[in-house]
Ligand binder design. Structure first.
Ligand code: SF4
Length: 296
């Protein structure tokens, strides 16, 4: 299989090597604090949501300096993107949000920010400020969309709709900001047809990148409880079966959209299934060796 990968995308954006460094800016999530919902998405790991995590010991700049020391050993001329990854990184006071992004960009060799968030948490005024920031630095917003199926979004308690995702992605792209989105394959109640309808919906959006990953069932989550109680059903793929689904997704995905990942791996002690033990690059290698299906 062939696809446009994230490395290709980054090489087109930057004339040098760039590495993402994850930072936790101490933001929270409106689907947990009661603003949108309580309890969070059914698959979300409650154990990582604690007050300690929301008050990181290191500042954003310190976290980036730490990451630079780690990655800088690999490549001498490396530049960096600050990846605001934990929870909802556009949720909060706009002055405070902007101060965090600016703090990241004040660190030497940090050339851009990637801001992960929910589609229901991006105001027009924040987008205007990000568009302004875009004149001085590289900016990408990455939305947790998960699926285009409204029924599934309700079932997993996302507390936002696909309509909101479409609106957020379109407003972001119209503001001249690079836009990515994240999707989960194998959500409760979804079959292959539902997933392919999501791919068709992705194709209609001004997205530069997407991430897919397999549904992971984590200990202590509402999803684990629902499965145990027989209240929901999920597909229990082998790694090979999941690779076949990914191959079919790639055959339908708009070819200019870069794919950043296909799998993610939660800590073994928290993971109920699937326990494939495959890192993203190992899975991508498996997928590259697969032949595309004829006629698709
Ligand atoms: S998955 Fe994201 S949006 Fe959902 S509860 Fe967890 S942090 Fe919040």
């Amino acid at each position: 299989m062939k696809w446009r990968d994230y490395g290709d995308f980054l090489r087109e954006q930057f004339p040098y090597k760039v590495q993402k460094i994850s930072v936790n800016a101490g933001f929270t999530c409106p689907n947990r604090d009661g603003t949108k919902g309580r309890g969070g998405c059914t698959y979300c790991n409650n154990r990582t949501f604690n007050p300690e995590y929301c008050r990181p010991v290191l500042t954003v700049a310190e976290q980036l300096e730490q990451g630079k020391r780690f990655f800088g050993r690999k490549y001498k001329d490396m530049r960096y993107l600050a990846y605001f990854q934990a929870y909802t990184n556009t949720y909060g006071d706009e002055e405070q949000l902007m101060r965090r992004y600016e703090e990241a960009l004040s660190v030497p060799d940090v050339v851009g920010v990637v801001i992960a968030t929910r589609p229901d948490c991006v105001s027009d005024t924040l987008l205007e400020r990000l568009a302004e920031l875009r004149r001085r630095a590289w900016v990408m917003v990455e939305y947790g969309a998960e699926t285009a199926c409204e029924r599934t979004l309700r079932l997993i308690n996302r507390c936002h709709t696909w309509t909101e995702t479409v609106d957020a992605v379109e407003r972001t792209a119209a503001a001249g900001i690079e836009c990515g989105a994240h999707f989960i394959l194998g959500l409760p109640g979804e079959d292959e047809d539902t997933m392919m309808r999501t791919v068709e919906a992705i194709n209609g959006l001004p997205l530069s990148t997407v991430k897919f990953h397999q549904l992971q069932v984590i200990r202590g989550t509402e999803l684990a409880r629902q499965l145990q109680a027989g209240e929901v059903e999920v597909i229990r793929w082998t790694a090979e079966e999941y690779a076949q689904i990914c191959a079919r997704v790639l055959q339908r995905l708009r070819p200019d959209i870069a794919v950043e990942r296909f799998v993610s791996q939660s800590p073994a002690e928290l993971l109920i299934f699937p326990r494939w033990g495959l890192k993203n690059y190992q899975f991508a290698n498996l997928l590259r060796k697969m032949e595309p299906e004829a006629g698709k």
